[in-house]
Design a protein around this ligand. Structure first.
Ligand code: MLT
Ligand code: MN
Ligand code: ZN
Length: 302
């Protein structure tokens, strides 16, 4: 299985257009010390040519330009066979509407996520005016085989599981499984990847689940719980925003450092997170714990 991190920043990207926090300043003045990043999304493929997106970010157009696939024979070619969603947040779903030029699209989403993009953000409804969109229901804990656009099985199988989080602020109702983590398993090789870009807590059961995978892509949004409060740009803690902070007691670094997976990588990193600065003490702590700070274009073959 091939995995490409297409975007590794949280909503707003890095640097964020209206932000002059310390990491955003470094990303503008000295991008070698803090590499700019687009908004969180990943792509998985069994054959390295036909890809499934894990979330569709507002930066999807540029991101697809960096995805490897053979030169198409025809005039039109859609390099994406399907899109699997973890939630209905704007940074994970606006890209669906931007792919409307594909005449056909397949999505996999939980019933709760489908309802929010259909009835609340209406991203699905708008996209359907341009393209024929099929939605396959992701039922938590029930593996779903991903098929290519022509209906043949890809050999990749997705299992979703609810993670601690609130619904998007534009959702009118809170329904079960509005935010999930994913495990992608390659049936042929047995290799697996966990994709959990938004997660408010790391209970033992979740840590045990992540321990069964070869690659863990995990929520690296905030370094500290009071990050936005300390900068004077927000009132809510990281945990109140459903993102377990990386550092501190009970933080994700402490919980993930003992996992056996060879590759443990942070993604969905907010522009305020000091670990984005390569020579920062925070980055050194992540690397000393055996984890990596994800960057756009990072690739894995499992
Ligand atoms: C989040 O990650 O908490 C959401 O995407 C919030 C947002 O950026 O709208
Ligand atoms: Mn987000
Ligand atoms: Zn910033």
């Amino acid at each position: 299985m091939h995995v490409v991190l297409l975007g590794t920043a949280a909503g707003g990207g890095f640097p964020q257009w209206n932000c002059w926090c310390p990491p955003c300043r470094v990303a503008r003045s000295d991008p070698h010390r803090a590499i700019p990043r687009s908004q969180s999304s990943a792509a998985v493929s069994a054959d390295g040519a036909r890809w499934f997106l894990l979330n569709a970010s507002p930066d999807v157009r540029d991101q697809l330009g960096r995805l490897p696939f053979p030169a198409p024979a025809g005039v039109r070619h859609v390099p994406v066979e399907g899109i699997v969603l973890t939630d209905a947040e704007l940074d994970h779903t606006l890209g669906i509407a931007l792919l409307r030029e594909a005449r056909r699209l397949q999505l996999a989403a939980t019933d709760a996520v489908r309802r929010v993009i259909e009835d609340d953000s209406r991203i699905l409804t708008v996209t359907r005016a341009f393209a024929d969109v099929t939605v396959h229901e992701l039922v938590p804990e029930r593996p779903l085989g991903l098929c290519y656009g022509d209906g043949t099985p890809s050999g990749l199988r997705i299992t979703s599981f609810p993670v601690p989080a609130g619904p998007p602020r534009f959702a009118r109702e809170e329904r079960p499984a509005h935010t999930v983590g994913l495990i992608v398993r390659d049936e042929r090789t047995g290799s697996s990847c966990a994709f959990v870009p938004g997660c408010g807590g790391l209970e033992d059961a979740l840590v045990a689940r992540l321990a069964t995978t070869d690659l863990v892509l995990f929520d690296g949004t905030f370094w500290t719980d009071d990050e936005l409060i300390g900068l004077g740009i927000g009132e809510r803690t990281a945990r109140e925003m459903d993102h377990i902070p990386v550092s501190g007691a009970g933080g994700s670094l402490q919980r993930l450092r003992s996992l056996p997976s060879a590759n443990r990588v942070y993604t969905h990193i907010n522009n305020t997170n000091p670990m984005l600065i390569q020579d920062s003490p925070e980055r050194a702590l992540v690397e000393q714990a055996g984890l990596q700070v994800g960057f756009d274009g990072m690739r894995f073959t499992l």
